[in-house]
Design a protein around this ligand. Sequence first.
Ligand SMILES: [Zn+2]
Length: 594
Amino acid sequence: MSEFILAAVAWPYGNSQIHAGNLAGSYLPADIFARYHRLKGNQVLMVSGTDSHGTPITVRAEAENVSPEEVYLRFHAGFLELFQKMGLTYDLFTSTHTENHFKVSQAMFNALLKNGFMYEETQKQWYSPKQGRFLPDRYVEGTCYICGYQNARSDQCDQCGSLLDPTKLIDPRTKIDGSAPELRDTTHFFLDLGMLQDDVAEFLKERESYWRPNVIRQSLGQIQTEGLRGRPITRDLKWGIPVPVEGWEGKCLYVWFEAVIGYLSASIEWSKIHNKPDAWRDWWKNQNAKTLYFIGKDNIPFHAIIWPAELAGAGGAFDAFFGEGEEEPFVLPYDVPANEFLNLEGQKISGSRNWAVWGLDFLSRYDPDPLRYYLTAIMPETRDADWDWEEFYHRNNDELVATWGNLVNRVLSFAYKYWEGVVPEPGTLADEDKALLDEVEKGFENIGSDLEAVRLRSALNEAMRLASKVNKYLDQSAPWKSVKTDKSEAGRAIFVAMKAIDSLKVLFAPFLPFTCQKLHHFLGYDGHLFGSQYTESYQDAVGEHSALLYDPSNAIGKWEKSELSPGHKFLKPEPLFIKLDKSIVEDERGRLGK
Ligand SMILES: [Zn+2]
């Protein structure tokens, strides 16, 4: 039976380019997972967009003396280009600066207010006497009072991952001009996480057995040791979504409150675009749907505590405020498979120091599949990982080219030469032939269960192990020798190898969609394993923006073993991958200034 699967992907801030660490952290794993479920025939919805409201954007806009809108639109355009080149199959990649997102966020706010999970409180906020205004949390930096990290943002420490009470920050300084801010009174709405704590704790306990330990530690662990307290969800800011309450003009919904609502609003926007206005409910109001959130570890508390609290607290009241459908509770996250960090050549990635492998820059010199391969092979699923250019070079040449690419090339070239583009008749299969095909075909189960549990490294390893098995089989059966003495024996080995390769094509497809499509073509098949990506522009009351979409209607790929039969015609192959020269290691390290 077909399942409803939501792949909710982290929202990149519209203030900087995307680097390999972002790709490995959330965007690529989400796409691999989504592509697998698309092949399985499930109802996949993969959504995200540009977070266009955060203070990272206003900080940059002020530095460049342009509007925040200009800043986010510029980076948003780069994201759309990168995601197409990289083949990240978002059903909708939109932004938070849309009329739809404003309405959905305000309905969530109103639902939480009505259900009694909001309260007003006057709090101390950092104020810059020099600039004559309240400062958002990101405008203030200082020393973390938990771990002592000196460059902590006032609301969150990037070193220890803790959410911080901004007023407790040690030695605060203003990010814009370095001056010392002072604390002044301002009134805000607070989300009453204390009242929602039992609901969230119960939700986490139900998932404790299968969630990644780090995610549980940073969510359930935090609740059990510290407990939850109310958090302000409005800000003294002009750029953002207005608080939908009279008398609150000039204040906005806090970006973290509304950005997570983007998963829901993007699903609703997708439904509207496709003229199925209620379709989003299949993922959000159908308790059999599975919703997975692909994020980096720095965002765990927002996705494992705050977002489930918002969903549980708003519940069916959202439907009343949004004005559509029956009042039903929301589906809570099925999993939050947060990844750890990716470092670069032994050091923390830093965009500002240009210590990064930038997605678009990389793709100006290399193909997307080697990037997808390397990032998956080293994916930081359980601990921090390191991008090393020498390792990239070796994994490309020794694994992608030598194990998988050469297997395809030598088998198809040989078969094309001796059987003139027609799959040979195998006769009766021997035990070792059947054993190989059985082992490869078991991959659909083994690799599938790894992919479902978001163990992507393990899934890719298994696919590569099976490719090595086919190489070994060919070394033993040596059809290149037997073709001269017994062509039918050689034909049997080639038939078995081609059938294994045809299955491996599907097993590798979620990871290596571009080259698997090429292989699909060389194997003589028509059509596309996956659907196609396209962009569209929209105008609404808030502004104009473009979005990336995915059309699955032409996809024919299926997560099923090969049915390749003798007599099937195929084409002359070309190499799937490019062997790299060793000099790229020094060149790339030189680009980093190393
Ligand atoms: Zn800290």
